[in-house]
Design a protein around this ligand. Structure first.
Ligand code: ZN
Ligand code: ZN
Length: 278
């Protein structure tokens, strides 16, 4: 038992991957009970999304090495915004300040992925899913995995977090992202309270609506406060929400892994925003 414990503590990355795989699988089975689709459809849909794990893992593991090196450099040189926030070695102030700072960075990252045409081409792969369930969490183009981790290096350089903060944040972020994509929407009254601070499935589902301006709202990663603060908060009922992205509604293409990987390299025109009434 002690050997097993020591193995997992030495392989933190592997432990986290196994933990998330276990959570995603459990939620996937739980979703079958509330899902309107057949198991056969759900399996086919999830297989395409699951394949993205194999492209993301090597990129993520390789680039995380650089994230760790930057964090070590920050600490050694007392570099980063956190050094301007008076935390007087209080762990709570230190961890919470960095958590909020990094969440703001992720909000900026997400807005950038939507607004810069060259980056949107890769992010639209995540949005091209015509059915949002827990498996959508892993649907990320390999180039976006590299871009996202590249941005993380920048955020770590700017903010100056210790590795402990990054591990804690990564854990929160992964849980939050998994939950936000599940089919388990909160009752409206609960959503109104939880959604004041956190991104809920109800809020993230609006972000997956196929048309503007809804695609361009609720960018928040873990916290929803940035959307409220910067005017990108949006509401849409479950019955009005249609998953996907208007430029890529072809079910056959979206259900084919190779086809989806090629999406960013194909020409398409994005409709201009017609209205702005969230
Ligand atoms: Zn998005
Ligand atoms: Zn999403």
């Amino acid at each position: 038992m002690a050997e097993l414990r020591s193995f997992f503590s030495r392989h933190e990355d592997l432990t986290q991957v196994l933990l998330y795989a276990g959570i995603i699988t459990s939620l996937w089975f739980a979703e079958i009970m509330v899902s309107a689709e057949s198991i056969k459809y759900k399996w086919k849909h999830s297989t395409v999304n699951a394949l993205f794990i194999f492209t993301a893992l090597p990129i993520q593991l390789l680039l995380t090495t650089f994230v760790i090196l930057i964090s070590k450099w920050d600490i050694a040189h007392h570099w980063g915004i956190i050094n301007f926030i008076p935390h007087h070695r209080n762990h709570w102030v230190y961890y919470i300040s960095l958590f909020i700072l990094l969440d703001l960075c992720e909000y900026i990252y997400h807005v950038t992925m939507h607004k810069v045409e060259a980056l949107w081409k890769f992010h639209l792969v995540h949005h091209s899913d015509l059915k949002v369930d827990v498996s959508t969490t892993t649907r990320e183009h390999p180039c976006e995995t590299a871009i996202r981790t590249g941005f993380l290096m920048l955020w770590v350089f700017i903010c100056g977090p210790a590795i402990g903060v990054l591990i804690l944040r990564q854990t929160f972020q992964s849980f939050s992202n998994i939950i936000a994509h599940t089919e388990f929407r909160l009752p409206e009254k609960v959503n109104r309270i939880v959604g004041l601070v956190f991104i809920t499935p109800n809020l993230h589902h609006v972000h997956h609506h196929y048309q503007l301006p809804y695609t361009d709202c609720n960018y928040g990663d873990v916290l929803s406060i940035w959307d409220r603060l910067f005017g990108t908060y949006g509401k849409l009922s479950k019955t009005e929400t249609v998953f996907g992205i208007d430029t890529h509604m072809n079910e056959q293409l979206n259900g084919n892994f190779a086809g989806v990987v090629k999406l960013p390299f194909q020409k398409f025109e994005r409709p201009t925003q017609q209205h702005n009434n969230y």
